[in-house]
Ligand binder design. Structure first.
Ligand SMILES: [Fe+2]
Ligand SMILES: [Fe+2]
Length: 284
């Protein structure tokens, strides 16, 4: 039996991704979405309890400062993917995908549908920010639905009630609709809860086109891209770009279960694709 610890309430980091996929796959009613059964998913519920209690304005600003200078060495895309693959744990090797396999399933599904090459590449790299885990960050600061900090939490955030334990709930300035932001100031000015999206966005920022960067930065921002929340902080341009985020989402959620990709067979195609956009090594 797996024991729940603050660093690791879920047995595997991918349990969150699986939870999100099941949440939307079964076409759950809105009401069910908000009151997701904590008993049926104790590890996931504990994960959100920690995430919602600890993702404060101060925490997010500190993590941005700690990681967004990209001072953790230079690595190629494949080196980062190999590094992330060391996350693979002790579970059933026949049914569980490695991190690289999830990335390749996502990118291959995008490729099969004839989307632009930069979008295929975005599929390949979208979860590389999970290397944060290997830097020693707890699960709740790596994955999970993201949401703005410094303003009122939307009712569209799953397990919304858990924010009662967040110390920002006692800061009146953070509890208004706009909080520390101006109306329609643009998401670029908004601090989202800290995790793998913001990290990979910053790593890839110099190299990929804008729609790709939106996909990377906001792919876990379910309250906005699935539920339409927070348009009062978005510009018209953000809303336009979110069409791309929504286009990307099904490939992230539902490409699992396809046949295991053959890495060696696919590698030459991706070597070319990576070289088209990235230099040999980039800063992480
Ligand atoms: Fe992700
Ligand atoms: Fe993913």
């Amino acid at each position: 039996m797996h024991t729940i610890t603050p660093e690791k309430p879920m047995e595997h980091l991918d349990d969150w991704d699986d939870f999100v996929a099941s949440r939307y796959k079964e076409g759950k009613a809105e009401e069910e979405f908000r009151n997701y059964d904590a008993q049926a998913n104790p590890g996931v519920a504990e994960f959100y309890r920690l995430n919602h209690a600890n993702q404060t304005v101060d925490f997010v600003l500190a993590k941005e400062k700690e990681f967004l200078g990209l001072e953790r060495g230079k690595k190629s895309i494949w080196e980062a993917a190999d590094y992330l693959n060391t996350l693979v744990d002790d579970s059933d090797p026949d049914t569980d995908l490695t991190q690289i396999e999830h990335l390749l399933q996502t990118s291959e599904a995008i490729r099969k549908d004839g989307h632009p090459r930069w979008m295929v590449l975005t599929g390949l790299i979208h979860d590389l920010g999970k290397v944060l885990c290997l830097y020693g960050e707890p699960q709740w600061a790596v994955v999970g639905d993201t949401f703005p900090v410094g303003c009122a939490w939307s009712d569209e955030i799953v397990f919304r009630d858990y924010f009662a334990a967040n110390s920002d709930s006692k800061v009146p300035e953070y509890q208004t609709e706009y909080g520390i932001y101006e109306p329609n100031c643009g998401l670029n000015k908004v601090h989202l809860s800290w995790g793998h999206d913001e990290y990979i966005y910053n790593v890839a920022k110099p190299y990929l086109p804008e729609p790709a960067l939106y996909m990377l930065r906001y792919h876990s921002f379910y309250p906005a891209h699935k539920h339409g929340a927070y348009t009062h902080l978005m510009t018209a341009h953000d809303e336009e770009m979110f069409d791309w985020v929504r286009k990307f989402n099904p490939y992230d959620l539902y490409s699992k279960g396809a046949a295991k990709p053959n890495f060696q067979e696919l590698k030459p195609y991706y070597d070319d694709l990576i070289a088209e956009y990235f230099p040999d090594k980039i800063a992480w």
